[in-house]
Design a protein around this ligand. Structure first.
Ligand SMILES: [Zn+2]
Length: 355
């Protein structure tokens, strides 16, 4: 049973999907179209533009790949087509998955692609004329692919800690609450500049508390770019899952707390290799192996994720093979993944878990 429990829609647009959508919707952006040769680029040519070439300490390299792929967000139908491709590709390599939707950044991008300044769009218009149609298109894509494949798939709403505009976030949040039954929870994501790369502004916390009345299952990205103190601070909010969290291994008290409170870490090995190469090497040295295995040995519940397969040049199948190769306890991983799936969906997946 292979469950991808940490995957972002914005990082799941494959080169072949982007080229297909660029052709279908006549997107002549230089990312997709070679004006000199008067032809669309091939998936192989595009791959070099939207995939990281190797590990780096600079998250901007990763972000730049995401920004390039976003050039295809030219209309709601184009976003719907991209989502359909992404759900199909995830369904083809998993037995179930959770996709995260960064609705604010997709909405902002769509408005910019239509040559407007998003900050000049009134918050209510932002939420109703742009964000809601995007959300409905992504939900329709999910329902279509589920009907085609029967692979269980759920959607989580991601909010970025970059928090560019409180009024726009508030309007978006009010709209999203009306669709809570089609979503499984909330995620806090995003990278900000500065010493503390994982802070949460007060007003964002307030919006989060409002939204949790309808969407109680909360996950927060922490403990990858920042150290265990970011995980400790996150635990104060009572999340069910933490995105990454591998740097909890730097503090035994954080590990004990994670195990005691039963919080699940969503571990993405290739993300760690690409984004925090130095910290990962230090963790491997101290713990004698890959973080996922070390966390299991400290009785912390862990699941596996592909994170952003396109910019990170990976796939969920590749992450599973990597975990196996690195000595992860695969039976325990399966038990923890099934446990987490049941927490998220209220449903027990068929098939007996490995003893
Ligand atoms: Zn992530």
């Amino acid at each position: 049973m292979q469950l991808d429990l940490h995957r972002h829609l914005e990082g799941s647009h494959s080169a072949s999907a982007l080229v297909a959508v660029a052709r279908e919707f006549s997107i002549f952006d230089p990312v997709f179209y070679d004006a000199a040769a008067q032809r669309f680029r091939t998936p192989a040519e595009l791959t070099t533009q939207i995939t990281m070439s190797g590990p780096t300490a600079d998250p901007a390299v990763f972000y730049d790949c995401i920004v390039k792929a976003r050039a295809a967000y030219v209309s709601v139908p184009a976003i719907g087509a991209l989502a359909t491709h992404a759900f199909r590709e995830a369904a083809a390599e998993t037995d179930g998955f959770e996709m995260r939707l960064s609705l604010f950044s997709m909405t902002r991008t769509l408005i910019e692609q239509q040559h407007q300044r998003w900050r000049e769009v009134p918050p209510l218009v932002f939420a109703e004329q742009y964000a809601r149609p995007i959300l409905l298109a992504v939900l329709a894509a999910r329902d279509l692919v589920f009907a085609e494949t029967g692979v269980p798939m759920v959607l989580r709403l991601g909010l970025s800690r970059t928090f560019e505009s409180e009024p726009h976030y508030r309007a978006l949040a009010a709209m999203v609450r009306e669709h809570a039954s089609a979503l499984v929870g909330l995620d806090i994501l995003g990278i900000v500049a500065g010493d503390d790369r994982e802070p949460l502004p007060e007003a964002l916390l307030e919006i989060l508390e409002l939204m949790r009345r309808d969407l109680p299952d909360l996950t927060i990205h922490a403990g990858e770019l920042a150290g265990p103190q970011s995980v400790n601070r996150t635990l104060e909010l009572g999340p069910r899952g933490i995105g990454h969290g591998v740097r909890s291994l730097e503090d035994p008290r954080t590990l004990e707390r994670l195990a005691r409170e039963g919080v699940t870490l969503e571990v993405c090995p290739t993300s760690n290799r690409l984004l925090i190469p130095a910290e990962l090497a230090a963790l491997e040295r101290v713990h004698g192996g890959t973080p996922l295995r070390a966390l299991q040995q400290h009785h912390v519940h862990c699941v596996l994720g592909s994170d952003d397969p396109t910019p990170m040049g990976t796939s969920f199948s590749a992450e599973v093979e990597l975990a196996r190769h690195l000595g992860v306890d695969m039976a325990r991983l399966e038990r923890d993944s099934r446990r987490r799936w049941t927490q998220i969906t209220g449903q027990v997946l068929p098939g007996a878990p490995a003893a």
